[in-house]
Design a protein around this ligand. Sequence first.
Ligand code: SF4
Length: 445
Amino acid sequence: MCHRGRARAHPANVLAFQVMASSNKVALVLSYQYPGKYALTVLAGAVESDEVGQHVALRFPRDRESLLASVRECLDAGYQVAVAWSFYSASFPAAAEELAWLRERLEGREVLCLAGGVHATAETEQTLRAGFDLVAVGEGEAVLLDLLGRMTRGEEPRTTRGWSRLVDGRMVSQGRGEGVMLDKYPPFAAKNAKFGAIEITRGCIYACRFCQTPFLNKARFRHRSVENITHWVRVMREAGKRDVRFITPTSMSYGTQDETMNLEALERMLAAVRETAGPEGRVFYGTFPSEVRPEHVTPEALALLKRYVDNDNLIIGGQSGSERILQQTHRGHDVETVVRAASLAVEWGFVPNVDFILGLPDESPEDVQATLALMRRLADLGAKVHGHTFMPLPGTPYRDAPPGSVDDETRRELDRLASQGRLYGHWKQQVQLAKGIATRRQPRR
Ligand code: SF4
């Protein structure tokens, strides 16, 4: 669910629950838009599978007009209404703007506006000052259920553990939502026909300095069990869903607690998924929306994938062609490992899509040239290159670094690669998004 130093907490909210608690009927209206909808699907799954979900009406409006209509309809029907947003740092301004738009049109009618996700967790006060009533800090499933439980019992939700709020202009924190065990919650909201990729691993032991994952979800792996994964694949199949995709910080780390691979555990899981998905099912692994670390692309791992998956491409994290930058960002692999991964992937019949980040902190012109040279080398091997621009994300060690930029000469070279069909990605738009994040950040306290 996510920030900016603009509006203050809505003054009328201070008394909101004395008014709203006259009814214990609760509606949770989710601002169900990209990119927050993925996290909201997981939260909706947690609500519908919990006892509290029997007393909570869920709504999934996909644009702001339907969001307003849903909220009004629920208020008219006598519900206490909570509205939830989930956003990343880049989409924070849009969420804050939508919140202000909604409040204005509600003309003082009371709703509890909730925010969560990695940006809200890292920049909690900023998010509250943008006008959200409560911010979930950390993982959201358990703390949302606690909050809804209080609402259904007619209790004050603002003091729920794991949520922060403003009191007389000062932030009051009620702690942080702890890391959940994935088996405890569904990966999606099947009862509301909202499906998505199955999150099989949360948290990451690697410490890449540009990445928010270890910050939000802790620097250790928590895996969903094979039995639980196949249960949800069965649910998907019964709902007529053919394609099974997965969310994990590093695809080949399933079943491990360290840098090694546990191919036995991975095979047990993929074989079970394959069988459960049935002959018409398609299994996508090591590709969107997850990726593979380059040192995990070995002949044994590729042979295993070949036996079970339907994707013809792999997404591999490369990030930079400079050894110095790879070390500085704590990536934990070198340049030749990326080249070897791409060559092996091609050998085994996968198109390697290699991710790069342009404009990483402290890059010299030589580092940039090394990255361009690696991009060309990989493209010559048959890889596609996916370009991203560095964003100084809250919660990461690079939070205060300058936003990524791409000089004219590099830009021309990237355009050339793109025109040859060898490079893709939103790196140009991300230059602007990175600037926006840097402009909005506030000094650390
Ligand atoms: S970039 Fe990938 S491997 Fe590195 S910390 Fe983030 S999730 Fe883990």
